[in-house]
Unconditional design. Sequence first.
Length: 173
Amino acid sequence: MPFKERYVAAMEWLYLGCICLSASALVLITLAIPYGVFMRYVMGSAASWPEPFSVLMMVMFTFVGGAAAYRANVHIAVQMLTDAVAPAVRMWLLRLADLCMIAAALFMMVYGTQLVRVTWRQTIGEFPGLSVGVTYLPIPVGGLFTLLFIIERIWAGMPPPGSVMYRDQPLSD
């Protein structure tokens, strides 16, 4: 199998991993918040961990899920401009968008890593064994995943029609 095909296959697995992590984080948020509300208002004894735990999961959901959203091409984009210009200009605008995404991914990787390093020795009050730096790891990791997906799009184009991304289409009767 040529290297490009192996890379696309690896990105398919990475995409699935991103989706699984993001979905798990969302499910855990959905369970933790009602638990906190139940404990506070029904049991009269507030649990201290559901809110900070949910914030940690939201960081995971946002940065890892954002990378998956980029690959699936469901991220926020302004297509009105690209649809209104000539095809040659559209190509240049899309390449400019790719360059901006590369800059954003590199920014997340560089400054996210610095944030992780600076906060590594700090702990979270509700989770004394958990480093604050660990909680910020999804930022540089999400930047790396996004960069890998950008490379895939530039090098190999959009994922092939057999990709798992397209399997959520409605079934026809």
